[in-house]
Design a protein around this ligand. Structure first.
Ligand code: 4AZ
Length: 256
């Protein structure tokens, strides 16, 4: 997050930190995500490059995390991943990350996945096709970089506020032109001072409707961070209610 402030996980209790275990057994932070039900985290498809690295055995998800490089076992809940669903129409070779959405099924421990606490809660999905007017202020959160090009992520969870941009504005030539399609929307600070950045990918953009926060966007891409005329681009979650329902209601394959 560029230009934001340190936040506490209690104010974004659905945030998930997704780690990948490297060959040297180190847990490397990969992406953000959002807890949408006890056993399901929604994130971005581009967090999982093609090939062997995408093996779910290498992934873990931590909920309730304030500091990226320290663990607090009194509030954190860590899970292995049982299954990954990457959107069937996501294409790694395309530049614009169309259908940048994925679901991770957490592996239950003693028959349970996430347990609700002050630091761990689910976020609501908005109703299908619900759209909010341009200018609506929404909130993003993540452990990503505080400046584009830095080599390290933020040590603490950070948040920022961004406004939804009209689609025709974001599709102007000096913005992103044809790169932005209807499965995406743009959001930015009017003075370009706050934005998502590398490492925030997969994480939440939430907007309040009738006193309830809903997950409207998933951090997806952008040209740099907090750059003039280059807003953050988010996966339009309201286009995927059916896909999410389909995947999360699928029976689990068990072996042994
Ligand atoms: C990234 O590389 C990334 N400013 C995520 C979000 C944005 C830019 C880059 C938006 O993961």
């Amino acid at each position: 997050i560029v230009g934001g402030t340190v936040s506490t996980v209690e104010s974004h209790p659905w945030i998930a930190a997704i780690f990948w275990r490297s060959k040297s057994k180190q847990n490397v932070f990969r992406c953000g995500g959002s807890l949408i039900s006890a056993c399901w985290v929604i994130t971005a498809a581009h967090c999982f490059p093609e090939g062997s690295q995408t093996r779910h055995q290498r992934l873990s998800v931590t909920l309730g995390k304030n500091a990226l490089n320290e663990s607090d076992s009194t509030v954190e809940q860590t899970f292995r991943v049982e299954q990954i669903f990457i959107h069937e129409q996501f294409n790694h070779s395309e530049q614009n990350y169309n259908n940048d959405i994925a679901l991770l099924k957490l592996k239950a421990m003693y028959g349970k996945c996430a347990e609700e606490t002050n630091s761990v809660k689910t976020v609501c999905l908005p109703p299908p096709l619900k759209s909010l007017p341009p200018g609506t202020t929404c909130e993003i959160a993540g452990y990503g970089k505080e400046k584009f090009g830095l080599w390290y992520n933020s040590q603490f969870l950070r948040k920022a506020q961004v406004n939804l941009l009209a689609d025709d504005v974001c599709r102007q030539k000096d913005y992103y032109g044809e790169m932005v399609n209807n499965n995406m929307f743009c959001a930015a600070r009017p003075d370009w001072s706050q934005d998502a950045c590398e490492g925030d990918s997969g994480g939440p953009l939430v907007c309040e409707v009738d006193n309830t926060l809903f997950l409207f966007g998933i951090v997806s891409w952008g040209d740099g961070c907090a750059k003039e005329n280059k807003p953050g681009v988010y996966t339009r979650v309201t286009n995927y209610n059916k896909w999410i329902e389909e995947k999360t209601s699928l029976p689990t394959i068990t072996t042994g």
